[in-house]
Design a protein around this ligand. Sequence first.
Ligand code: CA
Length: 393
Amino acid sequence: MTSWIDSSTGDDSGFSLDVLPYGIFNTRIGAAIGRYILDLKALAQEGIFTTIDFDSSTLMENTLNSYAALGKQVHRQVRDLLQELLAHDTSRGTELRDNQKRRDRVIVKMSDATLHLPMSIGDYTDFFVGPYHAQNPGSTLHRNYMSQPIAYHGRASSIVISGTPVRRPKGQFLVDDKPVFAYSQKLDFEVEFAAFIGQGCEDGSPIPVDGAEDRIFGFVIMNDWSARDIQNWESSPLGPFNGKNFATTISPWVVPLEALEPFREPPVSSGPLLPYLHQKREDSVYSVPITVSLSGKKPYSPFVMLAHHTAGGCSLRTGDLIATGTLSGPSRKELGCLLEATKNGSEPYEFHTSETGAGRIVRGYLEDGDIVELKASGFGSCTGRVVSAECQA
Ligand code: CA
C-alpha cells in the first residue's frame, strides 16, 4: 500500500502506510508518514473521525495515554481510516488529498517538528529474554530461565527520548579489588524492543496469555544504557540498581502491533511451559531486524511476559513500558551490547562505520562523545550521545 504523500515511497524512513506509527510532536499527537507527520489533533478538530464511535478528544491530549487506553477496536478503526485518507487510490480523496487548505493545516514536515516521549510512563519493567544475552559472557544459563521470563523492575524516571544526551554515570565499583566512587569505566548499551501497555489491569487481575495481545498499544526500540562495573559490584544478591537507572533511551514512534504482523514467527523452543504461560497461537514472537545484522530471536513472546508479569496480582497501567531485554544473536556480529561482543571489554569490537564516513571505530566500552544509534525500519532511530564526564560539575 502506498500513499500520495510523495516521500512515503522511495525514502528510507520506513514510515510507510503499512506502519503508520503514533508519536508526540510539538506536544501534539501525530502519525508518521514518510518524511511527514499527520497532525491527529488537527484532524480531530476538523471532525474527520466522526464516523467512528470513540472519544476523539483523546487525540487532542499531549500524550498517547488516553487514546491508548481505548483499546484495539478503536485503534484498528482509526488506523483503517487514516490509511484510507492517505492511500494512493483513496475513495476519500476529497477529504484530505484534494483539500489543500486542510493539507496545509494537518501535514507537518518531520524535520520541522520536535519529538517528545510518546506516553506518560508510570512503571518500567525490563525482561531478560534473549537467551544469548542470558548466557553471556561465559556464564551458564540459570535453570529458571527456561521456565519463566526473568525481569527486574526498572525506573520510569530515567527514560528519555531519542537524541537526549546521556551523562556518564558515577557510582561504586571495584578497582584493584577495592570499592571506589567514580565515573563508570564500563559504559555499555543494550539493544532492546519495548512494549507500551494500552489497556492494563489496574485491579491486579491477571492478564491471560491468549488475551495479552489486545493489551499492547505498540512497540518502540530501546537502548538500556548500562554501567557494567557499577552493575557488577551492586547486583549480588538483589539485582541491577545504579548501574541501570541513569538513562534508558527510546525511539519516538510507537509502532502498532498490526504493522508487525509480517514479522511474526514461532518462538525458539523453551520446553514445555506451565499452563498459565501456554499460548494457543504459535507465531507469537516478532523478529524485527535492528540496525544492520541484528535479529532478535527469543523464547518468550511479549504476551508470555505480560501474563507472567500479572499472574501474581501485579497491576499494569496504561503507559507502562515492558522491555524485552538485550537481543543478541549467536554470532559476534549480532551484538546486542558490548559486554558480550567484547567479553567484558577484553576483546575490542570493530564497528563498521563506512556509511557515515567516520572510518574504523574500535571499542571495548563506550567513550565520551560516542553516539550510539539503533535503527529499525518503521521505528525510526533511538540515538544517544555519551556526554563527557569532565563536562559535569
Ligand atoms: Ca536491559
